[in-house]
Each structure stands twice: as C-alpha cells, then as structure tokens.
Design a protein around this ligand. Structure first.
Ligand SMILES: Nc1ncnc2c1ncn2[C@@H]1O[C@H](COP(=O)(O)OP(=O)(O)O)[C@@H](O)[C@H]1O
Ligand SMILES: [Mg+2]
Length: 258
C-alpha cells in the first residue's frame, strides 16, 4: 500500500530565521495524526509548504507517492489536500451555504470570484448536493440560510471545517481548529470532527495547542520545536516523553532544586 502523504527533509527559512529544519513526516490513508509544538515552532509554515502557499528551500512533498512540490495550490486541493485556517476569515453577511459553495469553487480554481460573489455564477446540482451533505454532517443544516455573523465562534469553526470538506479531501490539514473556543465548544468540535472523520474516512493532520483534543483525537503525534522534529510516535507515548514535556509544556523537573 502506498503511503497517502509524505514529506521528506523539508526546510524553510525566512530571511535568516530557520522555520523548518529537515522535517520528515508521513500520514497513512485515514490516519489521524497530530503535529504539536510551542508557538513559532513552524507548524503553520509546514502546512503552507504542503499546501503550496510557500515553496520549501529543500525537501519533497509527496501525495500517493508522487512529488506534488511543483503544483499550485488549487491543483493540490484537487488532488485531495484540504485545510482549515488558524484564523477564520468569513464574510459577515454571506450565508453559511454561500461560504461552502464559494470555497468549493475557489479551491478548485474554477469560476470567477467576483461573479460568484455577486451571485451570478449559480451553482450546479452536484455542488448543492455536496453542500447539503456537508451541512448535514456538521449539524449546520438548520443554519444554512443564516448569515455567518449570526453564528457563535464554535459554529463559525464548523463552517470553516465545512469549507474544507467541500473539496472532499483525502488529507485534511487542520490548523488550531479550537483556537478561541472554550472547553465546552472545543469538546463539541472534537465530537463533530470525530464523527465526520469516521463517516468520511479522510486522514487528518491536526495542529493544536489543546492537548486534550490532540490526545483524544489522534493516533500518532509529531512534535516540532524551533523547526526541528524532536519526537514522534503513538500519541500517548509522545505526550509522556520527558523532552516533549519540557519543550511543550515547560515542565520543570521535580526535585531539580532550581
Ligand atoms: N511569512 C513569514 N515571514 C517571516 N517569518 C515568518 C513567516 N511565517 C512564519 N515566520 C516565522 O517562522 C517561524 C515559525 O512560524 P509559524 O510556522 O507560524 O509557527 P507556528 O505555527 O508553529 O506557531 C516563526 O519564527 C515565525 O516568526
Ligand atoms: Mg501557527
């Protein structure tokens, strides 16, 4: 069986700042994998390299064993890579359904943004069917015609997930989906994510600061620290690793005397 996704030796610097150093990571079909690390560790930079928003200085990005490093963003999306953004960028007065339909077009690199924004593009039956399925799956069916400004932050996060699901990804890159949510909203999001992932079976690479969410959702986890991978393995083992606890949780050794 071919590995769904693999990155090997990815490096990226920004004018002298080494954001990623030799990062290698793989995700099998249907697998739930975590990518954690302190602020500034390079997690979002890694996502951007995978998505084609940034070009790595070195290293390869493979999907189905094929090098996709030369493909533009929308062609990677068409091959099955979806994403959610760390900061939600929703248009306040557009409805939930409009967001999903528009996202689908943009990510596929089809249609004209302006034409779609002014509602002249229309949507075909296939798009509407996929949209309704995603809304149903996320429990947003009743809110489909509501402007997103009427939603809670938690519901807004679900719209963001819904936008990514419209392109039927085989690999979903989720960047801090619980950002800004309280415990209860985070738990609700986690439950929905688990249900949707179980239903659709896509693989997830989850960047999260909420350790409970990572622990409950992922099977394996990678840990980035200042651009270096410092640990990887089954999530429970990684979370218990001393180096990880020091880098990520700032644990101080008990009895160290300082
Ligand atoms: N576009 C950019 N230009 C310059 N520096 C950047 C840019 N994007 C990220 N960085 C730097 O790269 C490092 C990693 O950032 P980032 O990938 O956003 O980390 P994380 O998502 O893990 O918090 C940080 O030092 C950040 O300041
Ligand atoms: Mg980030």
């Amino acid at each position: 069986m071919t590995t769904l996704f693999e990155a090997t030796g990815v490096r990226k610097s920004f004018s002298g700042i080494r954001a990623l150093e030799d990062v290698s990571l793989r995700v099998e079909a249907g697998e739930r994998v975590g990518l954690i690390g302190p602020n500034g560790a390079g997690k979002t930079t890694f996502f951007n390299c995978v998505l084609g928003m940034l070009r790595p200085d070195a290293g390869r990005v493979l999907l189905d064993g094929q090098d996709i490093g030369g493909l533009p963003v929308h062609r990677r999306a068409r091959r099955g890579i979806g994403r959610t953004f760390q900061r939600i960028e929703l248009f306040a007065d557009m409805t939930v359904r409009e967001h999903l339909l528009l996202a689908d077009r943009i990510r596929r690199g089809e249609g004209s943004l302006l034409r779609d924004l002014f509602g002249r593009g229309g949507s075909d039956a296939d798009e509407r069917r996929r949209c309704d399925e995603v809304l149903e799956l996320l429990g947003l069916g009743d809110l489909a015609a509501d402007p997103v400004e009427a939603l809670s932050l938690g519901q807004g996060r679900l719209v963001e997930v819904g936008r990514a699901l419209m392109t039927e990804p085989r690999l979903l890159l989720a960047d801090e989906p619980s950002s800004g949510l309280d415990r209860e909203e985070t738990d609700a999001l986690a439950a929905t994510l688990r249900e949707v992932q179980g239903d659709r079976g896509f693989a997830v690479l989850l960047v999260e600061h909420d350790v409970e969410l990572v622990a409950s959702f992922t099977e394996r986890t990678y840990v980035l620290d200042f651009g270096h991978l410092i640990a990887e393995g089954p999530t429970a083992e990684v979370m218990a690793d001393k180096r990880v606890r020091q880098a990520y949780f700032g644990d101080v050794e008990v009895g160290s005397g300082s």
